[in-house]
Design a protein around this ligand. Sequence first.
Ligand SMILES: Cc1cc2nc3c(=O)[nH]c(=O)nc-3n(C[C@H](O)[C@H](O)[C@H](O)COP(=O)(O)OP(=O)(O)OC[C@H]3O[C@@H](n4cnc5c(N)ncnc54)[C@H](O)[C@@H]3O)c2cc1C
Length: 321
Amino acid sequence: MWIIVLGLCFLELLESKFIASIEREGILRPRQLLLNEPLKRHTTFKIGGPADIMALPENSEQIAFLIKKLTELGARYMIIGNGSNLLFPDEGLRGVIIKIGENFSDLEIKDNVLTAQSGRQLSSAAAAAAEAGLSGMEFASGIPGSVGGGVFMNAGAYDGEIKHIFAGAEVMYPSGEIRILSKPEMNFGYRHSIAMDENLVILSAIFKLTRDERSNIQTRINVLTQKRREKQPIEMPSAGSVFKRPEGYFAGKLISDAGLRGFIIGGAQVSEKHAGFIVNKGGATSDDVRRLINHIQVTVLKQFGVLLQPEIRIIAAEVGK
Ligand SMILES: Cc1cc2nc3c(=O)[nH]c(=O)nc-3n(C[C@H](O)[C@H](O)[C@H](O)COP(=O)(O)OP(=O)(O)OC[C@H]3O[C@@H](n4cnc5c(N)ncnc54)[C@H](O)[C@@H]3O)c2cc1C
């Protein structure tokens, strides 16, 4: 019990020191900090208890300030984008969430190069590219993440992948140093980038696209949108495909063949429409989803000898980045 009390005191001290330094140095405005902010408001799963503090930076100086200050104070922090690949715990998060979203989402197009700050939605960047007669981002038009989350995860769909169009990214190291990384330096792999290994913050990304007729690009976007509508439960809260694609298999098919389509634990259900998705039927807890993931893993392993690995990022109450 006393450990919990000490923990809470430490947290309050940390919060008050952090907030005091922000007020003193005036780098962020008070409305850029949310206290006890429910994370379910910031995830497409609509799951997650309150984060102690959520910061909403609008420029790289503010991001650098937050990281420097939190590191000095020994506080834990985590960067999020659109929260479309995350499962947060029901008890929330002890630490600071730095949400890079619409406050940090400028976009510029010059010739065939599109540069976007990391808070820009991928769908919006893809729409801007289409409008400018630039092809290459069609695959990303239905991925409900941010540019930063997309680069971090090397998001991909329908034979397209961020790495195919990637020409560079401005990143921030935990020390606050800012560098431009080239494609080889990003070390992209299947749903992987170096940003995961080195705790980098993606500040902006540069995509090299090719010229095409606007109508052709829009037609391709429409075809992919229609495919998604038919195949994926996009009308329900989820975090997309729960598992990575195991080599030689499709996760959704294994789950379906294991008889788990529609299987429910609490408010979490294996989607009837696409067995690779878990949907929140309403009121699902993080625990429901975790138990369902575990049940799927055990069942598929027993029946097919394949261990499914989560693609979604399952976050513990104590955040670390
Ligand atoms: C209906 C649905 C369909 C989906 N379809 C696809 C699909 O077709 N293909 C696909 O790849 N994914 C898909 N996803 C998953 C998700 O949209 C992608 O993984 C997306 O790239 C995550 O971006 P985000 O901004 O939401 O990141 P978040 O979920 O907020 O974060 C994901 C990870 O990225 C990190 N991160 C986010 N922003 C930054 C940043 N600026 N700097 C450093 N780290 C950062 C976070 O720390 C976290 O570890 C789908 C999800 C849903 C709900």
